[in-house]
Design a protein around this ligand. Structure first.
Ligand code: BTN
Length: 251
């Protein structure tokens, strides 16, 4: 995948701009990077605090030649690549909390927002290309202090290592990792990505609560299956597989 990188000083959200560029025909490999986001978005409608200079905020347009039913796999591709990049930059072992939160020392250091929005306009105008999927990645790089609400759960490369990093260098290492894992995914398939993902997974074996669209599920994570579902063993010994949700580890 060839990259077409667009840098901005301050924009609302790199995902929003990448979606609009993709809907106007931007090719796979289009990247939007911003020094600051004024309306950075997280999963489940949350905001992603994005002050200037302290984090890396970027979004990549992907157009995999895969059926819509397999696009969830990209969360595993992008989270595995991001965890590898963060480990390389920090010299510490980053881990992944299902499905795609990156942690360092049990605290969140990177969030990923994958959005597949195929607008009507996009379908009519660009039938020749695969529909776009936007992979938005936010890494806490040089953050010194987090807002009080997230301070106990969030960290940055700086807070974990005591070293400030150049954002350009972090961007370069991250994009390299995404490019190489994405091509591995396209050439070799999901199995090899899932194996890599599992080598960095910190979810299996943990007692947790998962907030799913249907409500809370409590139990112990026992595995992530070949379909990407989290398998949970409940207190009564029954197992349940969860397709989407946010995991909270129980103490
Ligand atoms: C999450 O963990 O809730 C996902 C956070 C994703 C944040 C990134 S920052 C770059 C891109 N642009 C956005 O508006 N969000 C993503």
């Amino acid at each position: 995948m060839q990259l077409f990188i667009n840098h901005f000083q301050s924009i609302s959200s790199t995902n929003d701009l990448a979606i609009s560029m993709a809907n106007n025909g931007a090719p796979e490999g289009t990247v939007v990077v911003a020094r600051e986001q004024t309306a950075g978005r997280g999963r489940r409608g949350k905001s992603w605090t994005s002050p200037p200079g302290s984090g890396l905020y970027l979004s990549i347009v992907l157009r995999p030649d895969r059926p819509a039913s397999e696009l969830w796999q990209l969360a595993f591709v992008v989270s595995a690549a991001s965890a590898e990049a963060i480990s390389q930059i920090s010299d510490l072992q980053a881990s992944i909390k299902w499905p795609n939160d990156i942690l360092l020392n049990e605290k969140k250091i990177c969030g990923i927002l994958i959005e597949a929005r195929s607008g009507k306009h996009n379908q009519q105008m660009h039938k020749a290309v695969n529909p776009p999927v936007i992979a938005g990645i936010g890494i806490n790089v040089n953050t010194e202090l987090f807002p009080q609400e997230i301070a106990s759960k969030a960290t940055s490369i700086y807070l974990e290592t005591g070293r400030k990093s150049e954002l350009e260098k972090v961007e370069h290492i991250l994009l390299d990792a995404v490019q190489s894992r994405y091509s591995e995914y396209l050439c070799e398939g999901f199995t090899s990505i899932l194996k890599l993902w599992k080598s960095m997974d910190c979810t299996s074996g943990r007692r947790l609560t998962v907030l799913t669209p249907e409500g809370h599920v409590e139990g112990r994570a026992i595995d992530v299956d070949a379909g990407g579902d989290l398998i949970i063993e409940k207190a009564d010994g029954t197992t349940l597989s969860v397709t989407t949700g946010e995991v909270f580890f129980n103490r």
